[in-house]
Design a protein around this ligand. Sequence first.
Ligand SMILES: O=C(O)CCC(=O)C(=O)O
Ligand SMILES: [Fe+2]
Length: 267
Amino acid sequence: MKKTLASVEAVVDQIASDTFNPSVFKETGVFVMRNAIAPAVVQEWQAEWQAFYDAQLAESRAVNKANPVSLTEQLPPKLAVMYKEPAFAKVCKQIFGEHVALYNHRFVIKDKFSPNKVFLHQDSCYHLGNLNKCSLFVPLSEVNADNGGMTFYAGSHKLGVLGDAGEINPDSFDFEWPKITPELSPGDFVIMNSALWHESGPNVSGINRIMADTIVQPADDPTGKDLLCGEWQTEIFYSTANYIRFFANSRVLKLIKYEKERAAAAA
Ligand SMILES: O=C(O)CCC(=O)C(=O)O
Ligand SMILES: [Fe+2]
């Protein structure tokens, strides 16, 4: 029998509400905010998304080979600053304190170009700067298990960073976590600790699954890009772009070298 955490089991049925509950979030590492964004605001985002999708993405788009769901195209103006919506700062302040910054804002979508599952993983191992980060997943479409909605392993963030980056094998642990796959409607959003394990199934319904993924962190992190609220708490900043350049030698540089050698040997 695998171990379960009583403290997580005790609150997992309180994981979704119109009101954020910081003590539940601390235990579960994930929380579903219901009806958190005014319909007029969401409708504007949806209209901008639809115009953008029809004009620039529907025919063909540059799918990211390393992570197909992660949209590579530049977002139009309103979608690029969605993270400024005060409903997000209101929740983030209760986690990080009054000074909150943006780490990254992007879209993760499952349409005909990227319908496949996303394997079980945590995000922290892909991040730079400090590890105290959360994702806000903001649906602009209906989201459910049929169109590739995400599944969260409640409480798994308590294990912290697991030491490598890639697909987690849950069978290699003595612990078991409650799995939740929340159905989401536009106006809801999910907040997730970046160390939390998550995955998603394929889109089998054919209804496009459209979500923003905004990563937020305390404003003392030197990788911050913009403020959600409060003031900067750091004097130094650096760009996370092309982070491989920070290393004289590394795992990624070795992989690149081996891949070049392999290609040369095969030629
Ligand atoms: O879009 C999804 O279903 C998951 C995406 C994700 O977890 C990621 O890109 O890190
Ligand atoms: Fe992820």
